[in-house]
Design a protein around this ligand. Structure first.
Ligand code: SF4
Ligand code: SF4
Length: 263
């Protein structure tokens, strides 16, 4: 799911797990430095946008306007923003000669690289299994000059765990949507709600506090105070809300019929 680029990748056909090892290094002194930031197509996750818009001092809708382009999550009709690049070289807008200008808040896909990651649904439909694969591109010298790494340590060193935790509800929604199959259609209005709650968090906050949302859904006062100033807490509410509206399985309480708030 978190393959860094959505075009076909030269994945090494070896399935890795958390305890698998691989060989890799990435240093500024390498001749290939920043080549991986050109010709990119990077899918942005909800937590990517929260982290980047804070670092850039932007509201989420400003960030989306300036730095994203619309795309669709493979195998679904669910929308997802991808990082907007210049049309010629497809270079990342955050790339400087000195390297990544937003390194501490770089997207999840950049953190994973050179790993790709996915989730298998087991046949019992109740359990899932994470897996990883190694991406080896000809321009990247990190494999041949690398030292031995363990997948579990890589995820920790790259700060991936907090992204996975924050994005868990979003991933669950995508997997659930995929499991429904291609013959279930999601109304356009629901897709717009999905986009807002997942990626445009400041707009979702206005929706919660300025529409009839709180008349329809049960959000205790303490939680209302928390989501007023905390994007991560608001994202969690948004994912619960989408589970309710999209899949009918969320934990958020409803006071009145759902159509009264989405109409
Ligand atoms: S080693 Fe690979 S990931 Fe590191 S700068 Fe070079 S191309 Fe990019
Ligand atoms: S966000 Fe940073 S690491 Fe990721 S592609 Fe852009 S410049 Fe490279």
């Amino acid at each position: 799911m978190y393959a860094p680029k959505d075009k076909p990748e030269p994945l090494i056909p070896v399935r890795l797990d958390l305890d698998s090892s691989f060989t890799f290094s990435c240093e500024k002194e390498m001749a290939c430095f920043t080549k991986c930031c050109k010709d990119v197509n990077i899918m942005l996750t909800p937590y990517d946008i929260i982290q980047m818009k804070h670092a850039l001092g932007l509201a989420s809708d400003e960030f989306l306007f300036l730095y994203s382009a619309p795309s669709i999550i493979e195998g679904t009709e669910l929308p997802v923003p991808v990082l907007k690049t210049d049309s010629q070289a497809k270079t990342c807008p955050f790339l400087l000669d000195s390297g990544c200008s937003i390194y501490n808040t770089r997207p999840l896909a950049c953190r994973y690289y050179p790993l790709g990651a996915g989730i298998f649904h087991n046949s019992d439909a109740f359990s899932e299994e994470r897996f990883f694969a190694l991406i080896s591109e000809p321009h990247c010298l990190g494999h041949s000059l690398g030292k031995e790494r363990v997948v579990r340590d890589w995820l920790k060193d790259q700060g991936i765990e907090q992204y996975e935790k924050a994005n868990a509800g979003w991933v669950e929604l995508i997997l659930k949507r995929k499991s429904l199959g291609p013959f279930v259609n999601i109304p356009e209005k629901t897709l717009q709600m999905f986009f807002m709650a997942c990626y445009n968090i400041d707009s979702f906050r206005r929706f919660v506090f300025e529409s009839r949302f709180l008349d329809v859904y049960v959000v205790p006062d303490e939680r209302q105070r928390e989501i007023a100033g905390n994007d991560l807490a608001l994202l969690e509410l948004g994912m619960e809300w989408l589970k309710t509206t999209l899949l009918g399985g969320g934990e958020i309480g409803i006071r009145q019929h759902i159509s009264e708030v989405v109409d």
